[in-house]
Ligand binder design. Sequence first.
Ligand code: AMP
Length: 280
Amino acid sequence: MQIIRSISSLRRAIEGARGKRILVPTMGALHQGHAALIRRARQRAGKSGSVAVSIFVNPTQFGPGEDFTRYPRHWTRDRDLCRKLGVDLIFAPPTEVIYQPDHSCYVEETAVSERYCGASRPGHFRGVSTVVCQLFHLLQPTEALFGEKDYQQLCVIRRMVRDLHLPVKIVGCPTVREEDGLAMSSRNAYLSPGERAAAPNLYRGLTMARQCFSEGITAPGRLKQAARRPIRKIPGLRLEYLELVDPETLEPVRRAAPESRMLLAARLGSTRLIDNIAMS
Ligand code: AMP
C-alpha cells in the first residue's frame, strides 16, 4: 500500500494507471461506515483495478467556530485499517499541499446545496465540492464512492459531476448503523454516555415515518409528525430540520412516494447529527 502526501508523488503513482480506479474520499477517523465503502470499492475494482482512499480533514468545509480543530484524527489506526482492507493507495496530504495560503478558487453548486445543511452551515458544501473536485483532478478516479449517510452531500456531488462533465461515476452506498440504529459517524465520539443512549431515537423517528408510509399515509405533515414522536423524547435535542424531499432535487414533496427521502439534522449538546431514510 502506497502512502502519498505530495502532488508530485501522486502524479508519479497514477501515471499510466489503467483499469478501474476507485476513490473513497474521507476525513479519516475511519469507522465501519467507511470500511463498508472501502470493501465495496475493492469488490468493484476487482484484481485489475485499484482502490485509493483520501484522508484529509478539509478546512474549507468547516465554518468558523465549528469542530475543525477538535475533529478526531487517528492516523495509525486508519492506515492499518486501509492496509487490512486491501487499499492500494492512501492520499493524505497536509493542508498546505491542497490549499495555497492565498487560494481563491472554489467550486460551488447553487441549487441542491441551498437548504438544510447548506442553510445551517454556510459555505460547507462549497468547501466539500471544491475539495472533491480537487481530489478528482488529482487522483483521476473512474469511480468514487460516497455514503448515503451524507445524503445532501451525495446529491451535491452528483450535480457537480453532471454539470461540470467530470468523467467520474458516482456510486452511493447505504448507511451503516450501530446495532441500535444510530448512523455511524466520526462525530458520535463527541456524545456523552447519556446522549449516546438517547441518540438512536433519531433513527427510530425515521423508521416510524417509513412504517406509516407503508401503511398508506402519504401526507408529509403526518409522516413528519410520526417521526417527531420518538425524536421529541431525546432530552436536550434541538431539531434543526426534518423534511420529506424529492431524492434528486431535494425539494420538499407534497405527497410521499416510495423514493422520497426524509432528511434530518439535530443538535445534541455540542454534537450535530444528521440522518435520512427512503420511504421504502
Ligand atoms: P467523512 O469521513 O465523514 O467525510 O465520510 C467519508 C465518506 O464516508 C462519505 O462519503 C460519507 O458519506 C461516508 N460515510 C460516513 N459515515 C457513513 C456511514 N455510517 N455509512 C455509510 N457511509 C458513511
